[in-house]
Design a protein around this ligand. Structure first.
Ligand code: SAM
Length: 257
């Protein structure tokens, strides 16, 4: 059986047993091949925009002897699907804004009708994905942060549920942080940093946001050598952002003691 990376294994583990799965952006089709080989899923579709990666996915399916249960299709995002064809959609390894564009286009085209589960792993811009899930009424069930080969990844699990709005309202209530900010500001940091990840802080989360602070600090240093008035303003904004992230981190570290 195919051995998945820690990142792909986490995605696989989130998928509900016996669901029919579409993996969108599936070069090499590693995840669907694993899901079929392990017996977790009865059938799968691998959707891929580009010809080369689509061929690689086809080869993987053929090599594994799975062409009867793994359907590899070339196309843009969820356009490769018919409504009602799958229960779970996974999208991994691309930016959060592209991912939310794919989801929105699919939603408008009715491709998400009948889909009950989403497992999403944005490489950057996780906030765009959380905002899309919130706006389209998906219940955020869980989040994982993990480090592999020096990179930090977040995986989000969401489902269709009648109590989504009520559940999300509670999850995105940042009062547990005990920071004296207004509610919208607190919520904006939960959207950015992850409501589950902040409630159950993992060392990878602290590392990710310390790295982010270092990046912003570096930009501030560059801006300080500019005489432009806009640079001074930008620098102030970045400094405020750094301070806010640090404040959230301090509060998490205090919680752990
Ligand atoms: N999902 C795999 C993973 O996480 O290991 C592959 C990630 S790979 C970096 C991203 C893949 O998404 C590429 O093969 C790319 O061609 C594909 N892709 C990008 N935009 C896409 C779109 N709009 N629809 C389908 N596939 C897309």
């Amino acid at each position: 059986m195919i051995k998945l990376s820690k990142r792909l294994q986490r995605i696989a583990d989130y998928i509900t047993i016996n669901n029919r799965v579409a993996d969108i952006g599936s070069d090499h089709a590693l995840l669907p091949v694993y899901l079929l080989q392990s017996g977790k899923c009865p059938s799968a579709i691998a959707g891929e925009l580009n010809y080369g990666p689509m061929l690689a996915a086809k080869k993987q399916a053929a090599d594994a002897g799975l062409t009867n249960r793994l359907n590899v299709r070339q196309g843009n995002g969820l356009a490769v699907l018919e409504a009602g064809e799958v229960d779970t959609v996974t999208i991994a390894g691309m930016g959060g804004s592209l991912m939310s564009e794919i989801l929105e286009a699919g939603y408008i085209a009715g491709k998400l009708d009948g889909v009950s589960e989403l497992v999403l792993q944005p490489n950057v811009g996780e906030d765009a994905v959380r905002i899309w899930l919130l706006n389209r009424g998906w219940k955020l069930n869980d989040e994982t942060i993990l480090e592999e080969d020096g990179k930090i990844y977040e995986v989000l699990h969401a489902s269709k549920s009648t109590d989504a709005a009520e559940h999300n309202e509670k999850m995105y209530d940042g009062s547990f942080l005990q920071i004296d900010w207004d509610k919208p500001t607190l919520t904006s940091y939960l959207i950015r940093m992850g409501p589950y990840l902040l409630r159950n802080p993992h060392p990878a989360l602290i590392k990710k946001w310390k790295n982010e602070i270092n990046k912003i600090e570096w930009i501030c240093d560059k801006l300080s050598s500019s005489d432009l008035p806009e640079s001074a303003l930008k620098r102030k904004q970045f400094q405020a952002e750094m301070k806010s992230i640090q404040e959230v981190l301090n509060c998490l570290q205090m919680d752990k003691q």
